[in-house]
Design a protein around this ligand. Structure first.
Ligand SMILES: [Zn+2]
Ligand SMILES: [Zn+2]
Length: 294
């Protein structure tokens, strides 16, 4: 498992690598454009080369690019949809240029409209973005389910992938806070295994490509997306340890998108705690399976 953090790309993508290194990250996630403006950020050849040199010299093995939250591929407003398409293509092109593991996307929101029609609209935009780009995977993120957001269940994520044509570049990003908020109990090894069985049946294990570890300020089924620092929310240290040690998550990049102790994002200390909780979770699983054999 490549444990890391969402970091700022201010000053260029090589600076994001430096911020990851400072935090002891093995994976980083960035926004590829200003989260509040439609204008795509294009990277120069020099910036791409500097990024390549920085990441090669680091222990970071995966870059995720998070599409900004302005996007709503499911909007019934054609202008918003075409802006979302252009921005998503730019993200996928940036991902290909930087050799990203994937672009992570919240598929969009039906607002108060019909969910089936919203899924069809989002699927069409995603299919077109994939057709207009190449080389970078696109991971749809599960959502907390607030206000008509699509992707609150594995059924809905599978429907989105179907509507997008089932392209081989489509994958899934699972967020621990969003799972709990959308009503999935994941705080014991058995409960998480059952949730993943459902995920595998609906979406397929080969689609599972990246992870977000966030604790949740709000309780199970609240449909409210409020990240808490690792161990400080409804998941708690034990729930985070379960998520971090799930065998089907082995090898995947996992990034924290937490507020952080100084409200400036995940810190080196929080990443160290995360690694320790993974070890704790693995030890608990070994003790249980040893107990069963004995
Ligand atoms: Zn997330
Ligand atoms: Zn969230």
């Amino acid at each position: 498992m490549l444990i890391g953090a969402h970091v700022s790309p201010a000053g260029g993508p090589a600076k994001a690598v430096a911020r990851g290194v400072e935090r002891g990250a093995h994976a980083i996630q960035i926004f590829n454009q200003n989260p509040r403006a439609w204008k795509p950020r294009e990277y120069s050849d020099e910036e791409i080369e500097a990024f390549g040199d920085a990441i090669a010299a680091s222990e970071i093995d995966a870059l995720l690019i998070h599409a900004v939250y302005l996007l709503n591929c499911a909007s019934d407003d054609e202008t918003i949809r075409s802006n979302s398409l252009r921005s998503l293509i730019a993200s996928l092109q940036a991902g290909a240029a930087l050799g990203a593991h994937a672009v992570v996307l919240h598929a969009g929101s039906a607002k108060t409209g019909d969910v089936g029609e919203a899924v069809a609209r989002a699927g069409a935009v995603i299919a077109e973005a994939l057709a207009e780009s190449e080389g970078c995977a696109l991971h749809l993120e599960n959502t907390a389910g607030a206000g008509g957001t699509l992707g609150r269940s594995f059924e809905e994520l599978a429907a989105l992938m179907d509507a997008a044509g089932g392209d081989a570049r489509l994958g899934l990003c699972l967020d621990s806070c969003h799972l709990l908020a959308s009503g999935y109990e994941i705080r014991s090894a058995g409960a998480l295994a059952a949730v993943l069985d459902d995920c595998v049946a609906q979406v397929g294990l080969d689609r599972l490509g990246s992870l977000h570890l966030n604790d949740s300020q709000k309780p199970l089924g609240s449909n409210v997306d409020r990240h808490a620092n690792v161990g400080e929310g409804e998941l708690g240290e034990d729930g985070c340890a379960v998520f971090l040690s799930e065998p089907r998550f082995d090898g995947l990049p996992l990034v924290l998108e937490t507020p952080g102790a100084q409200r400036s994002g995940p810190t080196a200390e929080e990443l160290a705690l995360t690694r320790a909780l993974r070890e704790r979770g693995l030890a608990a699983r070994r003790a249980r399976s040893g107990g069963r054999q004995g």
